[in-house]
Design a protein around this ligand. Structure first.
Ligand SMILES: Cc1ncc(C[n+]2csc(CCOP(=O)(O)OP(=O)(O)O)c2C)c(N)n1
Ligand code: SF4
Ligand SMILES: [Mg+2]
Length: 310
């Protein structure tokens, strides 16, 4: 069992450098910083169109202190598959070099993952390509001015859902589970140690790995920049966002979420929603609908986990 102190000591190195152009309080930045602390410098990152392409800045003053490739919106997973194949070919030709030790990472937004990049991701998962795909989920197309994605929750206002989104948040981690890949996990920027441990674990697994991170966005969600971590934590406390992992088909609820399997321990959903302007028109009926879906998701998840974990 790794202690918090050991984790913090190992996690000192910053690979995503300060001076980038993230908005204040950006959840994406926290997610990438901690992911890179776990993965280390032998990582090649592919990013399809999203805020991250912009916030890295312009060469020679770019923020990533590791190889970074800007990719077309739909092609994150397929580009990463090709890059990994190139590393494998290099490793075959130069076995004394460390080409096979490089992690090929995709870091993509929810639009690039749950919508336009899904076909490439599903293909990579079905082939079991040796890549680690991480989705930072800020629940809309933020870079282009807050349009709804299929990861936007029910009733949230975006510029393309001015009266609140009618449909529901697509459950992508579950879709990835259905591909029967070796590792699927959910994370939150409010739980960096959990995120760090999951990326560390994923780094040492071969094949296609998928991590979905809840990464709040102050301008997109409508809350003050200093509240990002609290917002992400309220998502967990209310049961809206559940942290779990699936390793070779074995599902476990992660420690920060375990307590909230008991509905009586959860923060009332209204306390999470009412702090965000995007839910300002959410009705009582919609809150009940959202609550029913949360309860159902927990029920299904609990019925699937190892009995020792319950
Ligand atoms: C084929 C194509 N369509 C549209 C765009 C414009 N575009 C760039 S980033 C973006 C939004 C990406 O949303 P998401 O993946 O959720 O990342 P976020 O901006 O929220 O970080 C869009 C629509 C594009 N670059 N390519
Ligand atoms: S719009 Fe949101 S996700 Fe994009 S840089 Fe700003 S805070 Fe981060
Ligand atoms: Mg997004």
């Amino acid at each position: 069992m790794v202690t918090i102190k050991e984790t913090l000591n190992n996690a000192c190195e910053e690979l995503f450098l300060p001076g980038n152009s993230c908005c204040a309080g950006c959840g994406l930045e926290i997610a990438l910083r901690w992911a890179m602390k776990a993965l280390g410098p032998k990582t090649a990152l592919v990013t399809p169109a999203c805020c991250l392409n912009v916030v890295i800045g312009l060469w020679p003053k770019t923020a990533p202190n590791f190889p970074f490739i800007n990719m077309a919106f739909a092609a994150g997973a397929s580009a990463a598959t090709g890059i990994d194949a190139a590393f494998k070919a290099k490793s075959f030709r130069f076995p004394d070099q460390d080409w096979d030790k490089i992690t090929t990472l995709v870091f993509a937004g929810d639009g690039g993952t749950t919508d336009i990049g899904l076909q490439a991701l599903s293909g990579a998962a079905e082939r079991n390509s040796d890549i680690l795909y991480a989705c930072y989920d800020n629940e809309a197309y933020m870079n282009t001015g807050i349009q709804r994605s299929s990861s936007t929750p029910h009733s949230a206002i975006t510029t393309t859902t001015p009266f609140g989104k009618e449909r529901f948040k697509k459950n992508l981690p579950r879709i990835m589970e259905a591909h029967e890949i070796p590792y699927v996990a959910t994370c939150s920027v409010s739980e960096p140690l959990d995120l760090y441990e999951k990326f560390k674990k994923a780094k040492n697994i071969k094949g296609c790995r998928y991590i979905h991170i809840l990464a709040p966005c102050p301008p997109g969600w409508g809350y003050a920049a200093e509240d990002t971590v609290g917002m992400a934590r309220s998502a967990i406390k209310s049961g809206f966002w559940i942290l779990y992992e699936v390793e070779n088909g074995i599902k476990k609820i992660s420690k920060p979420s375990r307590k909230y399997a008991d509905p009586s321990k959860r923060l009332p959903l209204i306390e999470y929603l009412s702090k965000q302007k995007r839910f300002r028109s959410t009705t009582e009926k919609q809150i009940i609908t959202l609550q029913e879906r949360i309860d159902k998701r927990w029920k299904v998840l609990l019925s699937e986990i190892d009995t020792q974990e319950k």
